[in-house]
Design a protein around this ligand. Structure first.
Ligand SMILES: [Zn+2]
Length: 962
């Protein structure tokens, strides 16, 4: 029976809306406050976005059915530069962007014309995203919707910023930031193409002196200055003579540009060729020696200053380049110089256990490196660097630093070179090129006198660590990532020059950055409801108001007067905040771990008392399209609304969820969605056919199927609690099927006509479990099952109302295994049966069986030991006659699931002969159309022409087929 998915979606969405089912106010039930990262409306959402929101919705719906008062709200994040960039491109008539709006996003042309105004873009996609969320059936309380440019929200952010500044957590200073030179704006992940966070490293510049001109080299290893033998310059590169503040430097042009962003006044004097410097000498800062400048091709002009200090004892590149020079192959070296450099020898200045005196030489020879452009030199460098960093000790020729560990002396040496005025710093992007969304290549800029969130503050980090420790993190394996992020976080620029958003309250030239105004907004969902209802005026809100709502500071009557509301209203808002806070679960994609999610915790611990700190974070991976990453350039992005129209909300929700657990990448493909549709349609059909009748007195198979159902419910509940949604869905949709088939076969063979009530109860439980995942079709099924209440308003079926009946589980397992054995025998022998005879084991075997079972449950599985203990006991000593029986029984037990073994122990002996005679005959008659005879092995009258009875074991009767 085909389902009209679109009609079903609309029918139930209408019903939920009419009933205000997803509007949540405080009441006397226990609450759960579930939030998910609000969307940035610069495009419609696609299936990838749908994953995070669907998981959040399933979580909310599940908790609602568990009896909690669940609040799931949504806002829209307008803040930031990307929308501004898009508006500029529309204004400039950028055809690529406009075509994308038309063909990919299906934006009407008259709308696109308005897009030169950034807010119009945001509003258009805001409505588009919201419609998609409603069409997906998300159970959102829309009364609390807001955007980050609403006046009330801006007041809230001003309060946040003033508050952080008062606590000294926003500081003015000079710190490096990723920077777009075109926009003249700091950039972070959200501002870059491909969402890359600019990452940078600080190099130490050491300045050598050539007759008053500085020859700067950049290094991560300032300590190796004591091992310098020469300087490398690339004779093929055109360098620049530049004025840096008051000094004259020689650097590559790339370096000159980088220095310009580091708060230095740079003036280019003239171009100079690298080859001009070959053979000249410069004075090193640490001694009076002259250091000769030699040519090297491995030196790159875009790396550091384009000039390198050579430490051949400890740097494999330097060692190899020196060998190359001495060999005379290098044409830039004349014969005088060549004879002069023959006596340059590596200077060893670090002792490291396990490394020789000249480690660079050893490793170059070991790796068989023969020229300086060999890529293996990179690996060689890394290997020596890390070993020396952690284990190296500075040798006697390092003056006052002799005997110190490298890891400890590094900073002291840097300080010392700085003191003698021979050092500077150079900042380099480590993940370059990073492109701004405007297309420009980003650089590192030393931003001075700017506003920074002091994420390097140790006390602040410590508090955040405490919060993380107490928090539930799903999946838990991502926990260590948060710790790492917290540890490496540094000062972060929190103001921007352009974009939408809130002005920095004390410096109106600047705007609050988008990852700074989106960290505590969950608290704003309490207030936005009252703003939207016009019960408070957004423009009136003051710091006092927020201090009262969030901290309960000062007298409510006094504050109420000032902002033109009643005292009662103000107290109502305060109480609602106290009721819903803290956030019980925060959902987000994995890409927000190193930024938003960590900032969310940092800002909460800074601004809220401990009882209001977040309780849980849930992180999910992305969605692939038929195994491939979704991207505009691949043309494989499916907008969410289009997919809903094509497949229906529920098949889409299930397909997104069923292919992967939280952190894994989910895979979306059309075959999967068709499979899900068929499954839901057949379940729906069953619901329409199954009548709710009275449940009869329970037969063994009824007790069994209810036990299986109870197990299913427990398993699903456990998976749901851990947000293991893939697992839960598999249980609900598929795991139960083979059991249900067996049950129907049993009932049919017994010619029962009274099982409809039982089937109805089973289906009802499964439909309720399905409801958080596939809310629309579950309501439809629930209605077909004859219910007048909504499935989503029913209680989660943690318990199906019957006890687990261990005996029935043992019985059905026995019957199933006999049928399996009969089928196997028939398959092998290919006979068509005329008669089937079953022999159950003798009484003493059961006693032995129980002893062995007890041994196994106690952890004893050694057959020799077990046999010894059996012989020692009078009751079981008969096994002397048949030790093989022990071996086989032990294997029987070990091959069964642990659950079943435990159940066997608690149930004890069952009367196999009785059970088989009464329950199996009808099944055998039904399946093979023959009679079944059952004998006990000890039965003297038994028919046993093939002498099979002696092979019978407990739960493994012997079978004869004639
Ligand atoms: Zn830019």
């Amino acid at each position: 029976m085909e389902v009209d998915w679109s009609a079903v979606d609309k029918k139930w969405q209408k019903k939920w809306a009419e009933n205000n089912d997803h509007e949540t106010n405080s009441n006397d039930k226990e609450k759960k406050f579930i939030t998910v990262a609000y969307p940035y409306p610069n495009s419609p959402q696609h299936i990838g976005h749908g994953r995070t929101y669907t998981i959040t919705d399933v979580h909310s719906r599940y908790l609602r059915m568990k009896g909690y008062n669940v609040l799931f709200p949504m806002g829209f994040h307008y803040t930031g530069t990307p929308i501004l960039g898009m508006a500029k491109r529309v204004e400039a008539n950028d055809t690529e962007l406009i075509e994308g709006f038309k063909t990919l996003y299906k934006v009407p042309e008259d709308k696109i014309k308005e897009f030169a105004e950034p807010v119009k873009i945001a509003k258009y996609f805001h409505e588009e995203i919201k419609s998609g969320m409603i069409e997906m059936g998300y159970s959102i309380d829309w009364r609390r919707e807001f955007t980050t440019i609403d006046p009330a929200y801006q007041k809230f952010i001003e309060w946040q910023f003033r508050n952080l500044k008062e606590k000294n957590l926003i500081v003015q200073g000079s710190h490096p930031v990723g920077w777009c030179p075109k926009d003249q704006n700091p950039v972070s992940q959200h501002d870059t193409l491909g969402d890359v966070e600019p990452d940078f490293t600080e190099y130490i510049i050491i300045k050598f002196d050539l007759n008053g001109v500085k020859i700067p080299v950049a290094t991560l290893r300032p300590e190796t200055l004591f091992g310098v033998t020469n300087i490398w310059i690339n004779p093929q590169v055109t360098y620049q003579k530049i004025k840096v503040n008051d000094e004259i430097w020689i650097t590559s042009p790339e370096c000159a540009r980088k220095l310009g962003f580091l708060e230095k006044k740079i003036e280019v004097i003239e171009d100079v060729s690298g080859s001009d410097f070959v053979g000249q000498s410069a004075k090193a800062p640490h001694s009076s020696d002259s250091i000769v400048i030699l040519p090297a091709s491995f030196v790159k002009s875009d790396n550091g200053t384009g000039i390198v200090m050579s430490v051949p004892a400890h740097a494999p590149f330097d060692y190899q380049a020196l060998v190359d020079c001495k060999s005379g192959k290098n044409k830039s070296i004349n014969s005088d110089l060549l004879s002069n450099i023959q006596n340059i020898e590596p200077i060893s200045m670090i002792k490291t256990e396990g490394l020789g005196n000249i480690p660079a030489k050893d490793i170059v020879e070991k790796m068989g490196i023969s020229h300086q452009d060999d890529p293996k030199l990179e690996d060689a460098t890394k290997e020596i660097y890390s070993k020396e960093f952690y284990e190296g000790i500075l040798a006697d020729n390092t003056k006052q630093f002799a005997g110190k560990k490298i890891s400890e002396a590094k900073d002291e040496i840097k300080e010392w070179i700085t003191k003698i005025d021979s050092a500077d710093i150079l900042l380099e992007l480590t993940n370059s090129p990073v492109k701004c969304r405007c297309g420009a290549e980003c650089v590192v800029k030393l931003l001075s006198n700017q506003w920074f969130l002091d994420y390097s503050n140790k006390d602040w980090k410590k508090k955040a660590h405490v919060c993380f420790e107490k928090m539930n993190i799903l999946p838990n394996e991502i926990r260590s990532e948060f710790d790492k992020v917290l540890d490496w976080l540094r000062e972060r620029a929190c103001a921007r020059q352009h974009g939408l958003g809130t002005k920095v309250p004390w410096d109106k030239e600047w705007l609050v950055e988008s990852l700074a105004d989106s960290v505590i907004y969950m608290a704003f969902y309490i207030i936005s409801k009252y703003v939207n209802k016009k019960e408070i005026n957004g423009n009136d809100l003051t710091d006092e108001f927020f201090d009262y709502i969030f901290y309960g500071k000062k007298d409510s009557g006094e504050i109420a007067n000032k902002i033109n509301v009643t005292k009662e209203k103000l107290e109502e808002i305060r109480n609602e905040f106290l009721y819903f806070y803290p956030v019980d679960s925060r959902h987000s994609g994995r890409d927000l771990v190193p930024n938003h999610l960590t900032f969310f915790v940092l800002n909460h611990v800074a601004l809220f008392p401990e009882e209001n700190w977040p309780q849980e974070i849930v992180v999910n991976g992305s969605v692939l399209m038929a195994g491939k990453k979704m991207s505009k350039s691949m043309g494989n992005i499916i907008p969410l609304r289009e997919a809903v129209r094509k497949y229906g909300a529920d098949p889409l929700r299930l397909t997104i969820l069923i292919s992967a657990e939280l952190l894994q990448d989910a895979d979306f493909n059309v075959e999967a969605i068709n499979g899900i549709k068929n499954k839901l349609e057949s379940m729906h059909e069953n619901c329409a056919k199954t009548k709710s009748e009275e449940i009869p007195e329970l037969e063994p198979e009824d007790k069994w199927i209810f036990s299986v159902l109870q197990n299913l419910a427990s398993n699903v509940s456990q998976s749901m609690d851990k947000i293991r949604l893939r697992e839960a869905l598999h249980h609900i949709l598929y795991d139960f099927d083979s059991e249900l088939q067996w049950y129907l076969k049993r009932a049919k063979s017994k010619q029962r006509t009274n099982i409809s009530g039982i089937l109805h109860k089973i289906l009802s439980s499964r439909v309720l479990m399905l409801s958080p995942f596939a809310p629309h079709i579950a309501e439809e099924m629930w209605e077909k099952l004859g219910n007048s209440e909504l499935a989503s308003k029913s209680a989660w079926p943690s318990s199906v109302g019957t006890e687990i009946d261990s005996k029935s589980i043992q019985t059905e397992t026995l019957l199933k295994s006999i049928i399996d054995d009969i089928n196997n025998i028939l398959k092998v022998t290919k006979i068509s049966p005329k008669k089937i005879i079953i022999y159950t084991a003798e009484q003493w075997k059961s006693k032995v069986y129980n002893s062995i079972l007890k041994n196994v449950l106690d952890g004893q599985t050694n057959v020799g030991t077990i046999i010894k203990s059996l012989i020692a006991n009078k009751e079981t000593e008969q096994i002397k006659k048949d030790p093989d029986f022990v071996k086989k029984t032990l294997n029987d037990i070990l091959s069964e699931p642990a659950e079943l073994r435990k159940g066997r122990m608690s149930v004890g002996q069952i009367d196999e002969r009785e059970i088989i005679s009464s329950e199996l005959s009808s099944l055998v008659k039904n399946d093979y159309n023959v009679e079944l005879d059952v004998f006990s092995e000890s039965d003297s009258e038994k028919y046993d022409p093939k002498n099979k009875a002696k092979n019978a074991r407990p739960f493994k009767p012997a079978i004869l087929i004639e």
